[in-house]
Design a protein around this ligand. Structure first.
Ligand code: G3P
Length: 217
C-alpha cells in the first residue's frame, strides 16, 4: 500500500519525506487554508520535494471551469494530479482530462456506485472518505472492501486512495481491505510509529547496556 501525506504543510512534508515512506501528497482547499499559503506557491514547493503524485483541487463547479482550473494547476509541475469533486460535472471533467493524459483524483466519494462512476470516467485515483462516513455511523472500511471487489471484478485500473483517515487502525484496516493508497495526516503517521512497549523495551535495554560499561565503536 502506498502512503500519501494528507497536508499542505511544506515543513511536515519535507520532514516526513526524509523517511522515504512518502509516495505522494494530497491537498484540498481546507488544507490550503490551514497552511496559510498561496496554492500555487505551496503546490510548486511540494512538487519539488515529493516525486510522486501531488493532488491539487479545483474549486469550479462546472465542467469547463474545472477543466480550465485543472490545466492551470497541472502547469505547476509534471507530478500534479488534478483533484475533482464526485459530481456529474466533475465526472465529465475527469473523462476529458484523463483523455488528454492528465492524472486525476476524484474526491469526496462516499459510495461504491460513486467509485464505479469515477473508474468508468477513467480516474487515476478515487478517494473514499472513511472518517466522515464513520462520523455518521456508517462503516467506512466496508466501502473500501466493496470498491476493491468491484474494481477487481472488472479489472479497473483506478487506484483506491483511502482518505479522511484519522486513526492508526484506519490505516491497518485499509491495508487489510486492499486499498492501493492511504493518504494520512502527519498526526496519524506519528501514531503509526509509536508503541508504548517499544519505548518501555528500549528504556530497559539502554539501562542494562549502561550496566555493562561497554561502548560500541
Ligand atoms: O483527504 C481528505 C481529508 O483531508 C479529509 O479528512 O478528517 O477532514 O475528514 P477529514
Amino acid at each position: 500500500m502506498k502512503f500519501f501525506i494528507d497536508t499542505a504543510d511544506v515543513g511536515e512534508i519535507r520532514s516526513w519525506n526524509e523517511t522515504g515512506l512518502i509516495d505522494g501528497v494530497t491537498t484540498n482547499p481546507s488544507l490550503i487554508l490551514k497552511s496559510g499559503r498561496d496554492i500555487n506557491e505551496a503546490l510548486a514547493e511540494i512538487c519539488d520535494i515529493v516525486a510522486g503524485p501531488v493532488s491539487g483541487e479545483v474549486t469550479a463547479l462546472d465542467t469547463a471551469g474545472m477543466i480550465s482550473q485543472g490545466k492551470t494547476l497541472a502547469k505547476i509541475a509534471s507530478n500534479i494530479c488534478i483533484k475533482l469533486p464526485l459530481t456529474l460535472d466533475g465526472l465529465k471533467a475527469c473523462k476529458a482530462l484523463t483523455g488528454e493524459g492528465f492524472k486525476t483524483n476524484v474526491t469526496l466519494c462516499f459510495s461504491a456506485n460513486q467509485a464505479l462512476l469515477a473508474a468508468k470516467a477513467g480516474a487515476t485515483f478515487v478517494s473514499p472518505f472513511i472518517g466522515r462516513l464513520d462520523d455518521i455511523n456508517i462503516d467506512g472500511m466496508e466501502l473500501i472492501e466493496e470498491i476493491r471487489a468491484i474494481f477487481d471484478n472488472y479489472d479497473f485500473k483506478t487506484e483506491i486512495l483511502a482518505a479522511s483517515l484519522r486513526t492508526a487502525n484506519h490505516v491497518k484496516d485499509c491495508a487489510i481491505s486492499g486499498a492501493d493508497v492511504a493518504t494520512i495526516p502527519p498526526s496519524t503517521l506519528e501514531k503509526l510509529v509509536a508503541h508504548p512497549l517499544t519505548d518501555k523495551g528500549l528504556a530497559a535495554f539502554l539501562a542494562d547496556w549502561e550496566k555493562t560499561g561497554q561502548s560500541i565503536g
